[in-house]
Every structure is written in structure tokens, then in C-alpha cells.
Ligand binder design. Sequence first.
Ligand code: 13P
Length: 251
Amino acid sequence: MRRRVIAGNWKMYKTIADTRAFFAAFSPMVADANYCDIVVAPPFPSIAAAVESTRNTKISIAGQNVYWEKEGAFTGEVSPAMLKQAGCRYVIIGHSERRQIFGETDEMVAKKTKAALAAGLTPIVCVGETLAEREAGHTERVCEAQLSNGPGALTAEEFSRILMAYEPVWAIGTGRTATPEIAAASHRYLRQCVARRFSPELAATLRILYGGSVKPDNIQGLMAQEELDGALVGGASLDAKSFASIVSGAM
Ligand code: 13P
């Protein structure tokens, strides 16, 4: 049985004050949610406030990005050890916004994932096709390439320590959620790729989150698919009540 994960990706939203106010409201709402792991990824400057606000809770904090070097002249970047020391347990890697706006490649995703693992972080590696790729019938090909050129470069032992997120780009921030069946088909396909690249055992234990317009009113339908091991939530994770209701929907 794969334990579910509900993760919130705040993207470039929430100051330190917003972060404190969010957790003051959110933490009590999910205090009894023992059935899943809860993760929140604030922007870098709000990580310390998030870690402090969630100290005596089961909520874990994630970075939204990381660089692969330990330190050096890399203006604007942060290292895995810096995130770890700041109190992060997870880090999102290869989000489609990083790929599309900031030019991240599968090779960069692979390097970031290895470095994050070496520092003791749990990477949440994102893959997913664009609308044009889906309409051209290339969904499987794109997901397979992102998987094999990204986390496919890990050793089996390393791979056993990552989570993946399937986020079809056409469903992100558009209100156009993938149907539970469409999401499940992609998750099943990714699992087949993992079985081929690594082993059926690793494919069976890998947790794959779905992301793309997850809301309180569609989480239960999505979670009814046994292929979906949780959700990576953008917009609906910014409001304490709405994110808490998504956590309840994962019961
Ligand atoms: P939305 O939930 O706002 O569609 O964003 C999804 C996402 O990109 C999470 O990483």
C-alpha cells in the first residue's frame, strides 16, 4: 500500500507574514490527518517561517527548485544542503514552469535529483506533456523521455527514494483538470516505464502524484483511481481552508 502525499506548490506567492498566517489557520485543520503525508513548498524567503510555523506538526516543507553544486559562483541558486539545513525535507524538481520559462532540460533534472538525494532531501520529480504534444498523440513518448533522461539516470537505490508528479501542462492553472481516467492512464504508463528501466518492484512502490487544477471538488474523484498516490496542488493550496479540504479528500 503506497502512502498518499498531498503537496502544495505555492509558486511565487506568499510573503513571510502570509506564510505565518496560512499555517496558523491550516495546521489545526489537518492535525488529525494521519492517513497521508502533507508537504508545502513556499518560495525560498518564506521557508524559514514555514519550518518554524510547522515545527510541532506533521507537515513537511519543500523547496521549489535546487541547484546541483554544493556552493560557488552561481548567482541566484541554492544548494541541496542549504535547503536541508533550512529545514526542508523535500524539493520539487523539473516543474513544467522551470522547464518552459527557465529552460530546464531533462539532464539538469537528473543532476538536480542526484544532488538533492545526496543531501538527504526527497525529490518530487515532475513530468508531463503540453497540449500540443497531447493533441499530436505524443503524451507517452514525452513522459517516457522525461522519465528516462531525467530520473532514469539514477541508480535503482537512488530511484527508490524519489517521488514523481505527473502534471500535464494543459491542466496547470487552467481549471481544466485531467479526468481521473486520463490521469490514471499516464500514471500507469509511467509505472510501466519504471518497471522496464528499473524493476517491477520499484514501479509498484513508486508514489506518483497528480498535478493540474486539483481542487476540493475534484480530489475525491482523482483519489478514487488507485494509480494516483496523491496530488501536487498549485492555486488551491494557497488558501488554508481549500487546501485542508483537499487533504480530507485524500482520506
Ligand atoms: P494548479 O493546481 O494551480 O493548476 O497548479 C498545479 C501545479 O503546477 C502544481 O505544481
